[in-house]
Design a protein around this ligand. Structure first.
Ligand code: 6PG
Length: 243
């Protein structure tokens, strides 16, 4: 039996994974006493259904949209109008969600890759109100992550320099390890770990291989996903059924 990640919860399908994540966000917001609630969004295709649910009739009325601020764990260094952009994906998936102006904090894609990473770090520091992460005060209330078939998470790819970054909150990724092969900007492990809750959403049989490789101890980036708060893997059966 290949062990599942610690704190793994298995659901029948992708829809139930998305609904479980949405329910956790609703609960988090209901329990929060904070004026502002910071959510770090993942990219790719897995979270599309979650974002559509949040902006849809089942959840839109249950969220304090005026208190919610949405950030990105990574993005492709392409214009926000580009199909490959996570900002483009999130805007389309959220649909008519009433996100107030200035509450969806996209990673800049003008200037250089380095200037975009620096600018986003400043955005995060400005929101956080400090230049150093305090272990007693998470940057994010909730971080959402996925994993790639190569075991990457955010845009932290195997063998790439950003993996080792422990000071900067945001790093440039000149070479992506998986398609789309465009430069990326990614939050680093310390920034992602600065979270009250962290959910890793993993669905589909295509993710069995990285899960097995991680379970067998392979040194893949996703095995270093951590949180100073609660970390939970939300898996569907298709991804988890490798035991
Ligand atoms: C990205 C994501 C990335 C994603 C995984 C899984 O920009 O691609 O942030 O880390 O979470 O690659 O992607 P899928 O959900 O498309 O399988």
């Amino acid at each position: 039996m290949i062990p599942l990640p610690n704190n793994a919860e298995i659901f029948p399908d992708g829809e139930s994974v998305a609904r479980a994540a949405a329910d956790r966000l609703v609960t988090l917001c209901a329990e929060s006493k904070q004026e502002r609630i910071a959510i770090c969004l993942s990219g790719g295709s897995t979270p599309k259904r979650l974002y559509a649910l949040l902006g849809g009739p089942d959840y839109v009325g249950a969220l304090p949209w005026d208190r919610l601020h949405w950030f990105f764990g990574d993005d492709r260094f392409v214009p926000w109008t580009d199909e490959a952009s996570n900002m483009h994906m999130a805007r389309a998936a959220f649909g008519d969600a009433p996100i107030p102006e200035g509450h969806l904090h996209g990673i800049p894609t003008d200037g250089t890759l380095d200037s975009a990473a620096s600018a986003y770090a400043e955005t995060l520091k400005g929101f956080y109100g400090a230049d150093e992460l305090d272990p007693a005060r998470p940057l994010f209330d909730l971080v959402l992550l996925g994993i790639g078939e190569d075991g990457h998470t955010a845009s932290l790819f195997p063998g790439k320099p950003a993996l080792a970054e422990r000071q900067a909150w945001v790093a440039p990724v000149p070479e992506a390890g998986l398609a789309p092969f465009v430069p990326r900007v990614t939050l680093t492990f310390p920034a992602l770990a600065s979270s009250r809750q962290l959910l890793v959403l993993v669905t589909g049989a295509g993710k069995r291989d990285p899960l097995v490789r991680i379970a067998k101890g392979e040194d893949l980036p996703a095995r270093y996903i951590s949180s100073i708060g609660n970390l939970t893997w939300l898996l569907d059966r298709a991804a988890a059924d490798f035991g």
